[in-house]
Design a protein around this ligand. Structure first.
Ligand code: DGL
Length: 287
C-alpha cells in the first residue's frame, strides 16, 4: 500500500545489533540527505551471532517493535545476522517495507563476478545458515562460494580497535582460506566489517572487488521510496537520531567520523534506548 503523500516526512528506521549498521545509515544519509533517519544499535546485547537463534530472533523483534513505534515509512535491517535468521518474521509483522541486506548484496556480487568465484566473510551465525550461498546460487547456479566466519571482528569494532598490527594480523588470519581460492569478489557479510575495508583490501589485493553493502542498500531504499512516491518533498537536511541501548565514547567517536559535516545544530543526536521485552507467547509471563 502506498501511503498518502503527507506522510513522506516520517523517518526511515535502521537497525543493527551494534555499530556496523551505522555505515549503512551514513550511506543512506549521503544518498538521501533530506530524509529523517532513526538508527537503533542494540549495543547492550551485541554480538548477536554468539547467541542462540531463538534469542537473536527475540532481540530482533523487540528492537524492531521499538522502531515501528516511531511510525517509520520503511525499516532497513542493517544486520546480516538478523537478516539471515528472521527477516521473514520481521516482514510479516511490518506494515511498511522492510529491506534486508543479504539479497541486495548477493545481487551486487553476482553482477560483479566474472570468474564466478566469490568469497564471503560473515558472522558464524550467518555462515552456518548458508544465507549467502543460498542467495548467490539462486541467482547463478554455477558460482563457487568460499565462506568463512570472522567472530573477532564484531567485538573489535565495538571496542573501537580497527587499525594497527593486531587487527591487521586477525584480518590476515581470517582471510587465509579465501586468499588461496582466487576469488574476484568478496562479500563482507556483516556490516561491522566495513570498518576493516582498507585492511581487507590490502590483504586481498586490488584484483578482488569488495562489495559495498551500505551503498547498495542505500540505493535499494532510494528505489523503493521512488516507486512508492515516498521521498520527502522538503529541501531541508533531515535529522539523524541515533538510539543505542548502551552509550559509550566509542559510539560518540564513530558517529562523528561517519557524520562529519553537520549542517545544523542537533542534526545528528545520540539518545539512550530502553527496549521493552517482548511479551511471552501465549498470554504473557507471570510475575
Ligand atoms: N552487524 C551485524 C551483522 O551484520 C553483527 C552481528 C552480531 O552482532 O554478531 O551481522
Amino acid at each position: 500500500m502506498v501511503m498518502p503523500r503527507g506522510h513522506a516526512d516520517r523517518p526511515i528506521a535502521i537497525f543493527d545489533s551494534g555499530l556496523g549498521g551505522l555505515t549503512v545509515a551514513a550511506a543512506i544519509h549521503r544518498r538521501l540527505p533530506t530524509e529523517n533517519l532513526l538508527f537503533l544499535a542494540d549495543r547492550a546485547r551485541v554480538p548477536y551471532a554468539s547467541l542462540s537463534i531463538a534469542l537473536i530472533e527475540r532481540f530482533a523483534v523487540e528492537c524492531f517493535d521499538f522502531l515501528l513505534a516511531h511510525d517509520p515509512k520503511a525499516v532497513v535491517i542493517a544486520c546480516n545476522t538478523v537478516s539471515s535468521v528472521c527477516l521473514k518474521e520481521l516482514e510479516d509483522r511490518s506494515p511498511v517495507p522492510v529491506i534486508g541486506v543479504i539479497e541486495p548484496t548477493a545481487l551486487g556480487a553476482i553482477e560483479n563476478t566474472g570468474s564466478g568465484r566469490i568469497g564471503v566473510i560473515a558472522t558464524s551465525a550467518t555462515v552456518r545458515r548458508q544465507a549467502y550461498e543460498t542467495s548467490l546460487k539462486r541467482l547463478r547456479a554455477d558460482v563457487e562460494v568460499t565462506s568463512t566466519g570472522c567472530p573477532l571482528f564484531v567485538p573489535l569494532v565495538e571496542e573501537g580497535w580497527t587499525q594497527g598490527d593486531i587487527p591487521r594480523q586477525i584480518v590476515a588470519h581470517y582471510l587465509a582460506s579465501i586468499r588461496c581460492k582466487d576469488v574476484d569478489t568478496l562479500v563482507m557479510g556483516c556490516t561491522h566489517y566495513e570498518y576493516f575495508r582498507s585492511l581487507i583490501q590490502e590483504e586481498l589485493g586490488d584484483q578482488v572487488t569488495l562489495i559495498n553493502t551500505p551503498e547498495i542498500v542505500a540505493q535499494e531504499l532510494k528505489n523503493i521510496l521512488l516507486v512508492r512516491r515516498e521521498q520527502i518533498p522538503s529541501a531541508k537536511a533531515g535529522y539523524v537520531r541515533i538510539y543505542s541501548t548502551d552509550i559509550s565514547e566509542t559510539l560518540d567517536r564513530v558517529v562523528s567520523d561517519l557524520f562529519p559535516e553537520q549542517e545544523f545544530p542537533n542534526q545528528v543526536t545520540i539518545q539512550s534506548a530502553q527496549i521493552p521485552p517482548r511479551a511471552a507467547k501465549g498470554g504473557g509471563q507471570k510475575t
